[in-house]
Ligand binder design. Sequence first.
Ligand code: UDP
Length: 335
Amino acid sequence: MTQQAMRVLITGGAGFIGSHLAEAHLEKGDEVYIIDDLSTGSLENIKALQKNEHFGNRLFVTVDSILNHQKMLELVGICHQVYHLAAAVGVLYVLDHPFESIRTNIQGTEKVLELSNKFKKRVLIASSSEVYGKHEHSPLVETDNLVYGPSTKFRWSYAASKLMDEFMALAYHRTNRLEVVIARLFNTVGPRQTGAYGMVIPRLVGQALRGEPLTVYGDGKQTRTFTYVKDVVEALMGLMASPEATGKVLNVGGTEEISIEALAKKIIAMTGTKSNLQCVPYEVAFEKDFEDMRRRVPSIQKIKDCIGFEPKTDLDEMLRHVISSMSPLGKSPSR
Ligand code: UDP
């Protein structure tokens, strides 16, 4: 390790965002400790890091649950900083695994915070734009009220559990002066993200590359902004390193708003596929009474003021990276 090198713990480090964060810390010269139960993460995501001759001896992987007290005691104890990314991910996963999602998000975060507090380790909690609920105004600001549907609609359990994580983290900060930072991540995309749990870009790109219809849910007029995973990693590392960010809740997201219908058309053009759009009603894609967010655009003023963060990668470039990483021969998209 170089002099300023750190030992960082990444819960969920074999997941999509966690594996990119691990890579960035390894590139920086740090030692990286990962704990992941592989519920939605995969060792495939970190295989290249483990094989890399410069990284391999600085990467330590534990396949276990963050609810394993003894393991977490050891890991939090030896690391300088904790990134807590282990969580239920994806709308489909949350609807299919309601218990696991709530348990991981609530009890898992409680464990991470309890031990970070015991050893007084700085901890970054990955929260989610889901916490905002069903607003339609733009942009979403960290001080906005949060608007949820009834508890019979299970999507909101995810928002509510992430909100509890935020409250717990803020309570530790307020009561115990624990150094916490809460990052509300908006839709993140990039290589290694799986479409298996609902994420729209890998799903639509996969469908386009296989020549299948691109499934656009609802009327396709709902909008999102996407952030490239490398930009998100830069933001997370910046927040971890900034004393200014301590005790704060900050949006991490992009600013380029696009409807899902327009996104699907863009993917069709960029892949050169012969596939068409296929509109799928929500009740067919999910379940009766499913509620989607019509619009989700973050204000990124707060993180800009705090650490000077602005996303660098535009949507076309993100899509080019995703398409080439998912193409069977790794070939480049048509434009
Ligand atoms: N979506 C879609 N087709 C798909 C997957 C998702 O039209 O095959 C829509 C989904 O209904 C939502 C948007 O794409 O409006 C983003 O979905 P995702 O699950 O990626 O993230 P969310 O923002 O809903 O958490």
